[in-house]
Design a protein around this ligand. Structure first.
Ligand SMILES: O=P(O)(O)OC[C@H]1O[C@](O)(COP(=O)(O)O)[C@@H](O)[C@@H]1O
Ligand SMILES: [Mg+2]
Ligand SMILES: [Mg+2]
Length: 333
């Protein structure tokens, strides 16, 4: 059993690869400690007055759950002390949060979905926190929203923490994907898997089937072929999963392969998709690519997309490389 802590792993990465400056290592550890606090709140459930609706709305036009707000506050408060962070952006906040007493000028920007899978909070199904770290652009003016609008390829760290039967932190700093399981007795994240690899093929797809009648033709074709099974053009049977927590579906794919799709559909044709580019699709896409998978919006690599708005949405197709390439091919044929 490994006894490599997150700290030791990051120090080792810095020593051998040199691409995790001390300030970034510190930032990742602060986020990990915040996730530990969120995990404790999640585990309290009904005992901790964390369930149910907060009765307020957010910039996404969604009713916020109490835990959405609690998780957001934990992350802001944990990172507020300044250090090398210039600013933060959250699914739960309309504008950016400039870190007041930042170290001469913060070098990093932190973006997060503080609580992903909110529809599962009250039914005791796995949920999580997703985070992404960018560098502050080199110049001497203050922090504004434009500084955050960088393509996913500019991320310097990305990860999520899944609050399930285990609390597991999954991280990439550009040198593969590592998983750390929270040892509650020690109170520390322990390295339990590194060099995570996704099989290039799969027999398992994840999509919300109730939206079938709204899908675009390439998505409908792909799913119909999966449903046709052995007798159909794919010549094999497929299984389906849909947790409705992106963190849980992505964790399954990182663990055993699969394809996850939240595509554009005609319910709201002006919206490219449901999921947000900056703090859901980009961090998850980098993790998936770092593990040997692929991630597109049906036509382009998600990490190459140049964001125009902080909360912009995107169609997401990610997971086992050969399946993602097939769905993308169907969109471009
Ligand atoms: O309920 P639906 O339409 O299936 O959507 C589920 C998707 O919505 C999300 O819950 C959106 O994330 P939030 O819960 O952070 O808003 C994803 O985690 C999940 O993949
Ligand atoms: Mg989310
Ligand atoms: Mg959320």
């Amino acid at each position: 059993m490994s006894n490599t802590s997150l700290t030791r792993y990051l120090v080792e990465q810095q020593r051998t690869h040199g691409h995790i400056p001390g300030q970034l290592r510190l930032l990742i550890e602060v986020v990990a400690r915040a996730c530990k606090r969120i995990s404790h709140a999640v585990n309290k459930g009904a005992l901790g007055d964390v369930l149910g609706s907060a009765g307020t709305g957010n910039v996404q036009g969604e009713i916020q759950k109490k835990l959405d707000i609690i998780a957001n506050e934990v992350l802001i408060e944990a990172n507020e002390w300044g250090g090398h962070l210039a600013g933060m952006a959250s699914e739960e906040m309309e504008g950016i949060h400039v870190v007041p007493n930042r170290y001469p000028r913060g070098e990093y920007l932190l973006l997060f979905d503080p609580l992903d899978g909110s529809s599962n909070i009250d039914v005791n199904v796995s949920i999580g926190t997703i985070f992404s770290v960018l560098r502050m652009p080199e110049d001497d003016r203050g922090v504004d929203e434009g500084d955050f609008l960088q393509a996913g390829t500019k991320q310097v760290a990305a990860g999520y923490c899944i609050y399930g039967p285990q609390t597991t932190l999954v991280l990439t700093v550009g040198d593969g994907v590592a998983m750390f399981t929270l040892d509650r007795e020690q109170g520390s994240f322990v390295l339990t898997q590194e060099d995570v690899r996704i099989p290039e093929d799969t027999k398992e797809f994840a999509i919300n089937m109730s939206n079938m009648r709204h899908w675009d033709a390439p998505v409908k074709r792909y799913i119909d072929e999966c449903l046709a099974g052995k007798e159909g053009p794919r010549g094999k049977d497929f299984n389906m999963r849909w947790v409705a927590s992106m963190v849980a579906d992505v964790h399954r794919i990182l663990t055993r392969g699969g394809i996850f799709m939240y595509p554009w559909d005609k319910r709201e044709p002006d919206k490219p998709g449901k999921l947000r580019l900056m703090y859901e699709a980009n961090p998850m896409s980098w993790l998936i690519e770092q593990a040997g998978g692929a991630a597109t919006n049906g036509r382009e690599r998600i990490l190459d997309l140049q964001p125009k708005k902080l909360h912009e949405r995107v169609s997401v197709i990610l997971g086992s490389k050969n399946e993602v390439e097939r769905v993308t091919r169907y969109h471009t044929e």
